[in-house]
Design a protein around this ligand. Structure first.
Ligand code: LLP
Length: 414
């Protein structure tokens, strides 16, 4: 089902017209659909059943209203910082359903996670294990851990979002993992519960995940011989979505394939999907400020920029850009939609056939994941407002940043 669609000649977000939302809240504006978030989460949860946990990757979209919608449905969360854990708690998430990933957790962050009672800490190095053991000893905690293993498989995705190759900084080399596991189980204050990996993002095939599983299963059997029993297998996130013409498996097909591959193994499963829950639950709406056609290139100068959405600039990501109210009274042309930021790389879309006039609103699709969370104040631009639609109502879930927000904490010299 599509929660953002053209009806009666204009774009709707659930039961709200996007034009009205843009006029009411201003642009640039992120609009999220509650139903889209719920539907995407449920697809995962139903497919998994009682065999584990779906821990939404907070980094994809961390607005507390988004987290709250998911928490209400019983979602778990994958976090990578104290700040993300604080967001989960502020949103009413259950810390016992939180897994803590990330390769540079500080002692302060580890302590906060232990005090909050998270489900599991996903360790990414032998050094981090030592730090955690010290924190536990000093503060009287026992920590449940999983080791993030780098299985050295090619996720066949963009090099910047591929994470499971041995030249990537993530995880513990699979050959070193047995020694780190033995060390972990030698500590009284550490309980080994799992194994995890995350091989990359925007994967459009199941095969690399299955290859990673095969390598982890060999390791699990090896550990069993050493008397170390693994209760859960956490496959990370990474399932792709359709931005253009990609055909990733559905969450249900993906989970089914994994369950089938695991056969009779009695392992709880954890997934950490981010993009596949949030991306297509959001759009970024901008206004065409000026049109600058020329013989060589036609530029549509819009009020959203790379500071609002960096994916096209950073990964050359293609994201669909469409008018909120398609018009037929002007000729369509090839346009580059560029922002006002002083960088040649500041564009949201290139060479798109569009019929445009100044003042029109445009919607960038697939913007619900890695959009607002990667936004910055570059060029002293306040970050965009965020709105969630729920049927025919809309709620402001983050106000647009103003100048005061931007200079908060800055000081003049005495
Ligand atoms: N778990 C871990 C340990 C991760 O590092 C990530 C994403 C996820 C889960 C969620 O992965 P997802 O299901 O969203 O693919 N900014 C990039 C994506 C970076 C992903 C980083 N890690 C983009 O906009 O394409």
């Amino acid at each position: 089902m599509n929660f953002f669609e053209l009806r009666t000649g204009e774009l709707f977000a659930e039961g709200c017209t996007v034009q009205t939302l843009a006029e009411t809240y201003g642009t640039p504006l992120y609009i999220y659909s509650r139903s889209a978030l719920e539907t995407a989460y449920q697809a995962y949860a139903h497919a998994l059943g009682d065999d584990g946990m779906i821990c939404y990757a907070v980094k994809a979209n961390s607005n507390i209203a988004v987290l709250n919608v998911l928490a209400r449905m019983g979602a778990g969360f994958d976090i990578v910082s104290k700040g993300e854990l604080q967001r989960v708690l502020a949103a009413g998430g259950d810390p016992r359903r939180v897994v803590f990933s990330g390769l540079g957790k500080t002692r302060d962050e580890l302590l906060f996670a232990l005090q909050s009672g998270v489900h599991c800490i996903n360790l990414e190095s032998a050094a981090e294990l030592e730090a955690l053991a010290e924190v536990c000893l000093e503060h009287g905690f026992k920590a449940k851990v999983s080791l993030r293993v780098n299985p050295d498989v090619d996720a066949k995705t963009h090099p910047y979002i591929s994470t499971g190759l041995k030249e990537n900084k993530f995880g513990i080399d699979i050959l070193q993992a047995p020694a780190v596991y033995r060390r972990a189980s030698s500590f009284e204050q550490i309980e080994v519960v799992g194994i995890d990996c995350h091989i990359g993002s925007q994967l459009t095939e199941t095969r690399p995940f299955l290859d990673a599983i095969d390598r982890l299963l060999v390791l699990i059997d090896q550990l069993a011989e050493d008397g170390i029993s693994i209760q859960h297998l956490d496959l990370g996130g990474g399932l792709g979505v359709r931005y253009q013409d990609e055909t990733p498996p559905t969450p249900a097909a993906y989970i089914q394939a994994i369950k089938q591959h695991l056969g009779e193994r009695k392992l709880k499963l954890i997934f950490e999907p981010g993009r596949s829950i949030a991306a297509n639950a959001g759009i970024l709406v901008s206004k065409v400020e000026y049109l600058k056609p020329s013989e060589h290139k036609n530029f549509a100068i819009i009020d959203a920029a790379m500071n609002d959405m960096i994916r096209p600039s950073l990964y050359s990501a293609w994201m669909d850009l469409q008018p909120v109210k398609p018009r037929s009274d002007v000729d369509s042309k090839l346009w580059d939609a560029v922002g006002p930021v002083c960088e040649t790389g500041d564009f949201l879309a290139k060479d798109r056939q569009l019929a445009l006039a100044a003042g029109d609103y445009l919607a960038l699709f697939g913007a619900g994941a890695y959009g607002f969370t990667m936004a910055s104040n570059y060029n002293s631009r306040g970050r965009a407002a965020e709105v969630m639609v729920d049927g025919d109502s809309s709620h402001l879930i983050r106000q647009r940043e103003d100048f005061e927000d931007m200079i908060r904490g800055e000081q003049l010299l005495p």
